[in-house]
Design a protein around this ligand. Structure first.
Ligand code: ISJ
Length: 277
């Protein structure tokens, strides 16, 4: 679903939402491939590692993320109901607010970016990069921010999916009953669609196989070992060419173990508050 549907006021259908989630798969896979060009560069994730002239004590990545999100906040990015920042206390927009129709009932503006950040830094980055430091801190953090923003959008889309399910006449009363009972487990059970999840994981593996492989190599066994050499190769600090890879098992496990569960967490936390608004 393009964002202009939000502005035009059309409450997106579940099918349109699922199409958007499918498109975001491509965005996320390519963002991961881009980040995998560079080594882990773990120093950019550790607080107090860089000496910022303004006395900032956080990590290079959180500083860069703060600076990027400050600019985006000033052009009202985070007034959109499908955009959530990682940084607190952002400046007010310099533009008048856009009128978004109340598709969501989300007074708490649920935001689980802290969890997304931790998973990304502690699990995803080590999984998609070669160990070591190639001094490409700005390039690595730029790709990190693209990955984080794509993952955040995808996971917080769970609110729109939850609202669509809540509005479905076939299940509305059942959602209301579980919400009034404060029963998160029953809400999770009702909103879970195993068929869609299994279909997604199969599609994702196929995409990661195709997108991640070095298409210039005709030999079919270039993808047989589960490691998918991407055509791009990063430069290490010593100038040696670092062959990069995106392991399709990692892309599938990222979704299976984190993206889908976090999306469903957003759906449950949105629904449990749905009657408060
Ligand atoms: C997003 C949905 O809700 C749940 C979460 C899914 C996901 O994160 O991919 C898929 C199916 C559902 O279990 C949906 O029903 O499409």
């Amino acid at each position: 679903m393009s964002r202009n549907l939000l502005i035009l006021g059309a409450a997106p259908s579940l099918g349109e939402l699922r199409d958007t989630l499918i498109r975001l798969e491509d965005t996320i896979i390519f963002a991961l491939i881009e980040r995998s060009q560079f080594r882990h560069n773990r120093d950019i994730y550790e607080a107090d590692k860089m000496h910022f002239k303004d006395g900032y004590r956080g990590s290079f990545l959180t500083w860069f993320l703060k600076e990027v999100e400050c600019v985006h906040a000033r052009v009202r990015r985070y007034q959109s109901p499908d955009e959530y920042p990682f940084t607190n206390n952002l400046p007010d927009p310099v533009l008048p607010p856009l009128e978004y129709p109340p598709v969501l009932v989300d007074p708490a503006r649920i935001n689980i970016n802290d969890e997304i950040f931790d998973v990304y830094v502690n699990t995803v980055v080590p999984g998609i990069t070669a160990d070591g430091d190639d001094n490409n801190y700005g390039s690595s953090a730029t790709r990190d921010i693209e990955c984080l923003q794509a993952l955040s959008r995808r996971i917080h889309y769970g609110k729109f999916v939850a609202e669509s399910k809540f509005q479905d006449p076939a299940t509305h009363d059942e959602y209301v009953r579980h919400i009034k009972a404060g029963d998160r487990a029953k809400l999770m059970e009702l909103l879970t669609n195993t068929r869609v999840e299994e279909q997604l994981l199969r599609r994702l593996k196929a995409k990661a196989l195709i997108y991640g492989q070095d298409l210039s190599s005709a030999c079919p066994d270039s993808v047989g070992n589960g490691l998918l050499p991407v055509s791009a190769a990063g430069e290490s600090g010593a100038g040696e060419r670092v062959k990069t890879r995106v392991d399709y098992d990692l892309v599938v496990s990222l979704y299976r173990d984190y993206v889908i569960p976090l999306t469903k967490e957003v759906e449950v936390e949105y629904l449990i508050r749905r009657l408060d608004g």
